[in-house]
Ligand binder design. Structure first.
Ligand code: F6R
Length: 368
């Protein structure tokens, strides 16, 4: 059942290339994007003036990643809300709000309640879900399913990548119906999306380095994660994975926040993962993160740096460099998170923990 892997989580991590290929399959035909489960009128999508993503946990981190792309492509403001915070406020939601509910299980009670709350205010809801026929996509106005297969391990991995990929399709579809991008631009972006499964596979094929690192670090008591732009939610997700299955204190920060507080945590030997954006994309972003690595290293941190192939600027400041293939800045989040998933999974395995069934957690949180 586990296909020769020590845990379902390890198996699901290693299935991610195929899972993303399947999620993207058949979506761009004859230069048009087809979202076959769509039931919201294009005229409604054209009138949308705000997108609100509602989700919890890892699904919320997926939403935080795709905010960057959707705002960039569609020029619509995107708010990412924890479903349990959203529903107990008095959020500004109108008929022009498009709510995107992301949920692997489709049964998370807080997310379902947020969906109902939004619909009561007249908003349309699109569900991004993995489990067909579950409650959230049934109640939503439209559903876009992931095709990543069942996820058994409590800690979400392949569904996270699938959620991001599916939201990218939604973002491109919106950009198409609203005329924000030219068809050839969409085609080029889709081509880069379709190139991702192969790159995901390359990251997975190089997993031995991270596995060894995790074994070496099994006695760590605190690990920090830093990133900017899409690297920020990736840092949050890396920290969440480590907390939930390895029971290690972990925190993800926006690297720009360091000097506003978290840098006080850095002492000799503190492990810090840093997610470095592509040096080819937005130079400023890259150089800012390089400065952040220098800042924590000067205070004694052990820097574990995830950087693009060919980025040699990180070398003087990195204790360990983990390489990912080159891609668009926006798409790097689908690659840089993989070493962090492997790290958490291997570290928990090395500690002899039940990786698939961490204490106190359930796969589907159907209570409020
Ligand atoms: C973390 C994890 C949880 C879920 C969250 C939402 O690895 O799995 O944080 O992401 O409980 O679950 P769904 O996506 O089923 O709504």
């Amino acid at each position: 059942q586990k296909g020769g892997y020590p845990s379902f989580m390890a198996k699901e991590i290693h299935e991610q290339a195929g899972a993303i290929a399947d999620t993207l399959l058949g979506r761009l035909v004859d230069g048009k994007l087809h979202l076959d489960e769509k039931a919201i009128d294009d005229s409604v999508l054209r009138s949308v003036d705000k997108i609100v993503v509602v989700a919890c946990g890892t699904a919320a981190n997926a939403g935080a990643v795709v905010k960057y792309a959707i705002e960039h492509w569609c020029r619509i403001p995107v708010e990412v809300e924890l479903a349990h915070e959203f529903r107990y406020r008095d959020p500004v939601v109108t008929e022009k709000t498009l709510v995107v509910a992301i949920s692997q299980s489709g049964e998370t009670m807080d997310t379902l309640m947020a969906v109902r709350h939004a619909q009561e205010q007249g908003a349309k809801v699109i569900a991004i879900c993995n489990t067909r026929g579950s409650t959230i996509p049934r109640e939503a106005d439209a559903a876009l399913y992931l095709y990543v297969g069942p996820e058994i391990a409590v800690a979400s991995t392949k569904a996270y990548l699938g959620q991001i990929a599916a939201c990218y399709l939604l973002g491109l579809y919106l950009a198409q119906v609203r005329g924000n991008l030219f068809p050839d631009e969409i085609a080029q972006i889709m081509e880069d999306l379709h190139a991702l499964p192969e790159k995901i596979q390359q990251v997975l094929d190089a997993s031995a380095q991270v596995e060894d690192l995790a074994k070496d670090m099994k006695d760590a008591t605190s690990v920090l994660f830093l990133g900017r732009h899409v690297g920020y939610p990736t840092a949050m997700e890396g920290a969440l994975k480590l907390k939930e299955i390895a029971y290690i204190h972990a925190e993800g920060f926006a690297a720009g926040e360091l000097k506003h507080g978290p840098i006080a945590l850095i002492e000799e030997g503190q492990p810090v993962f840093v997610i470095v954006p592509s040096p080819r994309g937005r130079d400023v972003l890259h150089s800012k993160v390089i400065s952040n690595i220098q800042e924590v290293r000067a205070r004694g941190a052990r820097t574990l740096v995830i950087a693009e192939e060919g980025d040699d600027e990180v070398l003087p400041y990195a204790d360990v460099v983990i390489r990912i293939p080159q891609t668009r800045t926006l798409f790097a989040a689908l690659l840089t998170v993989i070493p962090l998933q492997i790290f958490a999974c291997e570290l928990a395995t090395a500690k002899g923990l039940d990786v698939d069934q961490p204490r106190n957690l359930a796969k589907s949180v159907t209570v409020e």
